[in-house]
Design a protein around this ligand. Structure first.
Ligand SMILES: [Zn+2]
Length: 283
């Protein structure tokens, strides 16, 4: 299966729904971070005029644009609302591979928009009720003019290479035995390259050079944009920080048996590691 990094060419984002309400649309209805889908084995999204037709009364609705031929909306159900008969609330991560790639990617976007809309009904500066702008995805305070946009937190991931070895590390939060590339959030005023160099040095005491862009992935848990790079080892010995990182090692990619458990295929970390392995084994 392809990974959800590239938007399908047939998705056109938009903010204003058509004036004439579409007869049937694709609905991404969230209760917290759970999405309303039909029960397994056939996992499907509501395809209807309005969630009302399923007996649901959403608190807020957002228009997402057109996917293929279908208008798409996100909607927020109240906390604790039961799913209609034949439907279930499902955590988004668990739906990777169950929904098609385009729908999964759009569900990630929808979740972030629903969360943002809920959290910014009132101005964070003066407390007045905000209003949605028509021209772009933002909300504006009529009292003081503050504009709020969907929140994005850029994070940098770096996979460090030294000849035939990869530097992989584990955080205490990881599942047992799993190692991955290093990552951290970008600080104000920092370039992506500076962030990568700082994170690697802070977490494992290694200096890197030759930072090269690999790919990026939106990560809606809750609102990251992960930007992944390769980097070459420059100097230093591994010295883990002991809090963010509990262990870090050089793994020889030729020795498959000694490679640790890697992140799931949904993640850009896995794609980054697989790409490096492939390149190093081929060279
Ligand atoms: Zn205000």
């Amino acid at each position: 299966m392809s990974m959800p990094f590239q938007w399908p060419a047939d998705y056109a984002p938009a903010i204003q729904p058509p004036i004439e309400p579409p007869e049937r649309s694709l609905w991404f209805v969230f209760r917290g971070s759970e999405l309303l889908v039909t029960a397994a084995p056939a996992v499907e999204l509501p395809h209807c005029n309005h969630p009302k037709s399923l007996g649901m009364m959403p608190q807020r609705i957002q228009y997402l644009g057109v996917l293929g031929e279908q208008h798409c909306f996100s909607a927020e159900a109240a906390a604790g609302v039961a799913a209609p008969k034949g439907w279930v609330w499902q955590g988004l991560r668990a739906l990777f591979g169950a929904l098609d790639d385009a729908q999964f990617a759009l569900a990630g976007r929808a979740l972030q928009i629903v969360d943002w809309d809920r959290a910014h009904q009132y101005c964070g500066a003066c407390g007045a009720a905000t209003v949605a702008r028509k021209s772009e995805r933002s909300r504006e305070c009529p009292g003081c003019g503050l504009a709020v946009y969907p929140r994005l937190a850029p994070a940098v991931m770096g996979l460090v290479r030294r000849e035939r070895e990869l530097l992989l590390a584990r955080s205490p939060r990881f599942p047992e035995g799993m190692y991955s590339a290093l990552a951290g959030f970008v600080e104000p005023g920092e370039t992506l390259e500076q962030c990568l160099e700082r994170e690697v040095y802070e977490e494992v005491g290694i200096r890197v050079c030759r930072v090269r862009y690999f790919a990026s992935q939106p990560w809606p848990f809750p609102h990251s944009l992960m930007i992944a790079f390769f980097a070459d080892y420059c100097s230093g010995e591994i010295r883990v920080d002991g809090t963010e990182i509990e262990d870090a090692r050089w793994f020889d990619v030729r020795n498959f048996e000694n490679l640790p458990r890697l992140p799931a295929r949904i993640s850009i970390a896995r794609r980054l590691i697989d790409a490096a392995k492939g390149e190093m084994l081929a060279s």
